[in-house]
Design a protein around this ligand. Structure first.
Ligand SMILES: [Zn+2]
Length: 380
């Protein structure tokens, strides 16, 4: 039995619904270029190193340890294009006990960097199928279909990936409408598709377990079609600012009935902790309101906390299992301890105020332990 003292509380574990495991070494670094140049100059060269499995074996234990120590009991990882390195990531999540969705990233087209395209369409599919099969008997870890984004995939490959996701009942993750240049390139590459969302729509990649990250320049019509297919948007607040992609409008997204999850998007963010992203999401909403001469706050920390728990769980199709503390669900939680805060801040406060203080001023060092699938471990 675990007894909590007066400065400790139990809360649902966080769901980091968008993060790139091979980009950890660059977390928060080299953020001086917009998306496509950032990928070309810094990110693809780093991801390419994961063709060396030994490099993955040295890197990924730190990635899992770090995200788990921030309270991310569930995480949706993009891997690199390398199947073997992605299996190392999945194994490590299983060993350390994190509920992880791991994607072997698919890229049979890469106009930005030729060297990081060493998979043909057929190889990409074969590796994905092998990856899915080899992960099928894992306990906490599940494969997720991961076409990187429209710019790096052929329609033929994406259609086959859509079929694989349906055949095996797997979630799908990708990016959409993050950067204005990216949107234009996507439209130019797929002129027969209605718009950027239409690319994924035509490929059969939309559905109630589809996660599309960023969604800054999404049109009303695209949101309507996201809502009708049950597709979720993953908000990555720090990344959107760091790469100067744009301001996410959560209020607009929710007005269409589209579910939102929250992601750290390391390495375009230096913060792999969801608590900081919850604060950032509120900040982005305030900046948006200021820029539109509005005084109303649309996204509070309560909203973004919801995105970071139940919203992410719903996006992944596991909200009946995790995302909140309810009888009948699996037990994924964090225990936070505010004892190290000055007593004047925490004494005589209600649990609700303590929780708000943790979200607004706390950090991972206040997360004392995590519980994943009922297994308790002290982390800080
Ligand atoms: Zn991303």
């Amino acid at each position: 039995m675990i007894a909590l003292n007066e400065n400790e509380f139990l809360a649902p574990g966080f769901v980091d619904a968008h993060i790139h495991a091979p980009q950890f070494k660059n977390a928060g670094m080299h953020l001086d270029k917009p998306l496509l140049e950032w990928l070309q100059n810094y990110t693809f060269p780093l991801e390419d190193r994961f063709k060396d499995v030994e490099y993955a074996e040295r890197t990924y234990p730190h990635v899992i340890k770090s995200t788990l120590s921030k309270g991310s009991t569930t995480t949706a990882y993009f891997g690199s294009i390398h199947k073997d390195a992605c299996l190392v990531l999945a194994d490590e999540a299983e060993v350390q006990g994190q509920r992880a969705f791991v994607g072997k990233t698919n890229m049979d087209t890469n106009n930005l960097a030729d060297y990081y395209k060493d998979e043909s369409s057929q190889q990409s599919l074969n590796d994905t199928l092998d990856f899915v099969h080899r992960m099928s008997d894992m306990k906490l870890t599940e494969a997720i279909i991961t076409p990187r984004f429209a710019l790096s995939c052929s329609m033929g490959l994406m259609k086959r990936l859509g079929l694989i996701s349906k055949q095996f009942g797997l979630a799908v993750q990708s990016h959409i409408n993050e950067n204005q240049t990216e949107v234009k390139v996507a439209r130019d590459m797929f002129p027969d598709c209605k718009d950027y969302l239409g690319v994924y729509e035509d490929a059969g990649l939309l559905g109630p377990r589809s996660l599309l990250a960023h969604s800054i320049f999404t049109t009303d019509d695209e949101y309507k079609r996201m809502a009708s297919t049950g597709t979720s948007v993953i908000h990555c607040p720090d990344s959107n600012i760091q790469l100067m992609s744009g301001l996410f409008n959560g209020q607009k997204v929710e007005s269409f009935g589209v579910n939102i999850g929250l992601g750290t998007d390391v390495g375009a963010s230096g913060m792999d902790g969801i608590v900081q992203q919850i604060r950032m999401a509120e900040m982005v909403s305030k900046i948006t309101a200021i820029s539109q001469s509005e005084s109303k706050i649309h996204t509070t920390y309560r909203d973004s906390y919801h995105w970071a728990t139940l919203g992410g769980a719903r996006a992944l199709g596991i909200d009946h299992i995790v995302g909140s503390l309810e009888i009948g669900k699996r037990f994924d939680a964090i225990i936070a301890d505010l004892s190290s805060m000055p007593a004047i801040y925490v004494e005589d406060e209600t649990p609700e105020v303590k929780f708000e203080r943790f979200i607004r001023t706390g950090s991972e060092k206040h997360i004392k332990s995590v519980i994943v699938d009922g297994h308790y471990r002290i982390i800080n």
